[in-house]
Design a protein around this ligand. Structure first.
Ligand code: THU
Length: 131
């Protein structure tokens, strides 16, 4: 699947967003190495801290179905600015997806591609636990 299509899937995923508190709708589309697609959206909770981002929803959905190898994740919101993953999601992407392409879109469906290491340089990971 090309990244323009993946970006559009993230826009479609956004329609299921549940952000009653921030009203900031986010969708994510995660592509596995064998081209399977998992969608996610943000889901907010009345205790705020239990809310989950679109990226993590997509990654946890995929991992709970047994997926472990990923190629790319696209993220979409209604903002005119390119949306990039929050710090927590960058760590989750680093730990569970590795060095993948992160497709950051704006509301015109234009996109920029970043590698995980560009968005989370000098990351702490499982290798550090073995030292
Ligand atoms: N959010 C995401 O789902 N992904 C991001 O990359 C940035 C932020 C969500 C979390 C919260 O529900 C809302 O957007 C506002 O921060």
């Amino acid at each position: 699947m090309d990244y323009k299509t993946l970006a559009h899937k993230a826009v479609e995923a956004k329609s299921n967003a549940h952000p009653p508190y921030s009203n900031f709708h986010v969708g994510a589309a995660l592509l596995t190495q064998d081209d399977k697609l998992y969608l996610g959206n943000n889901i907010e909770n009345s205790t705020f801290g239990l809310s989950i981002c679109a990226e993590r929803t997509a990654i946890f959905k995929a991992m709970s179905e047994g997926e472990r190898k990923f190629k790319a994740i696209a993220i979409a919101s209604d903002s005119p600015d390119f949306i990039t993953p929050c710090g927590s999601c960058r760590q989750i992407i680093f730990d569970h997806c590795g060095e993948i392409d992160i497709i950051c879109t704006n509301s015109k469906e234009e996109y920029k591609v970043f590698k995980t290491s560009e968005l989370l340089p000098h990351a702490f990971g499982d290798e550090d636990l073995k030292k």
